[in-house]
Write a protein that binds this ligand. Structure first.
Ligand SMILES: C[S@@+](CC[C@H](N)C(=O)[O-])C[C@H]1O[C@@H](n2cnc3c(N)ncnc32)[C@H](O)[C@@H]1O
Length: 226
């Protein structure tokens, strides 16, 4: 499939798939979207000292990069599981400009470490951050029940990959999440929210990043009385 490197409205880069008319990130701003959906509404409300984060669709590594620096500031230890069935080519990764938006002198080194880390094994990126990239399709993935605290659900949209937005997949993630576990996604489709509810999640619609009205946060909330 043809792939193009393009700039989004906030100046940050992404990959565009013309045949699907689909971007890896919001064309209104890749960085702004990642910061808003996954960091502000995913990571920031999580106050645990040790967190296991599962990302569906590791792709360019943008969410992992932002999580690395945000968790470092918050003194959190992170085990980051990045699932990716079709990793971008090295030239595409080199074409991403995310580190140029960071004031941190280590940004380039960390971005490179995230991408050079071996697949299918846990790799120490730093004292506070372990990355485990898994090269598989989510449909084939099995994780231990209750083993993740936070899920970044960053698959391509249901218009192009409806098979990744099903009650079956959401039920698997529900099982993988710990009792206070949370899933966040940029998607705000009504059917997706109904499917999340049908497998047990409490579903919240939150204001979306620039250019998008809403995003979704789904809470396992097993400890709360219903
Ligand atoms: C929206 S893009 C991810 C964006 C990524 N989080 C980033 O910041 O670059 C969706 C990703 O899911 C991957 N993907 C597609 N189908 C998959 C599947 N069945 N299982 C796992 N990953 C898949 C794609 O290769 C792509 O990298």
């Amino acid at each position: 499939m043809k792939r193009e490197l393009v700039k989004t409205a906030d100046g940050s880069t992404t990959i565009y798939l013309p045949e699907w008319n689909e971007h890896y990130h919001s064309s209104h701003g890749a960085l702004q979207e990642a910061q808003h959906v996954f960091i502000k509404h995913g990571l920031n409300p999580k106050t645990e000292d040790y967190l296991t984060i599962f990302e569906m669709g590791f792709g360019t590594g943008l969410n992992a990069l932002l999580t690395y620096f945000a968790s470092e500031k918050r003194h959190q230890y992170v085990h980051y599981i990045g699932l990716e069935a079709y990793p971008p080519a090295e030239a595409e990764i080199k074409g991403m400009n995310y580190t140029s938006f960071s004031n941190d002198p280590e940004a380039v080194e960390i971005f490179n470490k995230l991408h050079r880390a071996d697949w299918n094994t846990a790799c120490e990126i730093s004292e506070h951050f372990v990355l485990e990239k898994i090269g598989k399709q989510i449909q084939e993935l099995e994780l231990e029940k209750g083993s993740i605290d936070l899920c970044y659900y960053d698959a391509f949209g249901p218009r192009v990959q409806p098979e990744l937005w099903t009650p079956e997949i959401f039920a698997k993630i529900y099982d993988w999440l710990s009792p206070d576990g949370v899933l966040v996604t940029y998607c705000a489709k009504g059917q997706m929210k109904r499917d999340l509810k049908s497998v047990g999640f409490e579903v919240l619609s939150l204001p979306g990043p620039p250019g998008k009205r809403e995003m979704t946060k789904a809470i396992k909330s097993l400890r709360r009385p219903h």
